[in-house]
Design a protein around this ligand. Structure first.
Ligand code: URA
Length: 239
């Protein structure tokens, strides 16, 4: 038996505190009854969040938050089965490969990287340096939209990708780079910077705009994520 808030947290839906909020708001049902805080559940119990059933929750330690509460399964094998995968796109032998963190809601809807507000910022940045989107290759470290459930609205909200998700997709990113063989990688933010350098202490604050070379021999030019400009207009000057 596990406490319900821990069970929901282990499903990767939210933190325990957020789970308590969901429970208090009456969004969680166990075996058809409104859940109460502090109650315990086991794997046989039918747990629903926002009227969607969770499956085999808490079965594994490797539990991550995915798009849909329905069909959340906790095994390594099928943990991405429910996700919309957003592949990289662009020119096959592009000289520049831009790498973001993970798709957001717009990207997930359209199945293409950088098509939302961040995509618009990226396109105008490309324009200022005389490049077209079609001339480069654009991808993300993590190929699906990492989400949490907002305890306020019950809607899915973006969250940064977790380490196991980054580690899972890293071999795919390496393969993409092997295929594209870009002259230069431009990382957009900390997640791709750490992924490409393999250095968890690498930081965009220290490395922004400084050309380096990765261990794999790619030229690397780290930039801020285009979305950063949305929240911090001052960055548009240095971007
Ligand atoms: N859109 C993407 O595709 N990737 C990001 O990192 C941000 C927005």
């Amino acid at each position: 038996m596990t406490r319900l808030n821990k069970y929901l947290a282990e499903c990767g839906l939210c933190s325990r505190r957020e789970a308590d909020k969901l429970i208090d708001q009456g969004r969680v049902y166990v075996n058809g009854q409104r859940a109460v805080s502090g109650m315990k559940v086991c794997d046989r119990d039918i747990v629903e969040v926002n009227h969607q059933r969770l499956q085999s929750a808490a079965a594994s330690k490797v539990v991550l938050a995915y798009n849909k509460p329905v069909g959340i399964t906790c095994t390594e094998k099928d943990r991405y089965a429910e996700k919309t995968i957003v592949f990289g796109e662009g020119k096959q032998n592009a000289k520049i490969c831009m790498i973001g963190e993970a798709p957001g809601g717009d990207e997930e809807k359209q199945g293409r990287p950088f098509v939302g507000k961040a995509g618009k910022n990226l396109s105008s940045f490309l324009e200022t340096i005389g490049l077209k989107r079609e001339e480069i290759y654009i991808t993300n470290v993590v190929k699906f939209r990492p989400t949490n459930v907002s305890p306020k609205t019950g809607n899915f909200v973006n969250r940064p990708p977790k380490k196991p998700e980054i580690d899972f997709f890293l071999p795919y990113l390496k393969k993409e780079l092997e295929i594209i063989q870009p002259d230069m990688i431009v990382t957009l933010g900390n997640v791709p910077l750490k992924a490409v350098t393999g250095d968890d202490s690498a930081s965009i604050g220290d490395m922004h705009g400084i050309m380096t070379t990765t261990k794999d021999g790619y030229k690397l030019f780290p930039l801020y994520p285009p979305a950063a400009i949305i929240y911090n207009r001052g960055l548009s000057e240095v971007y």
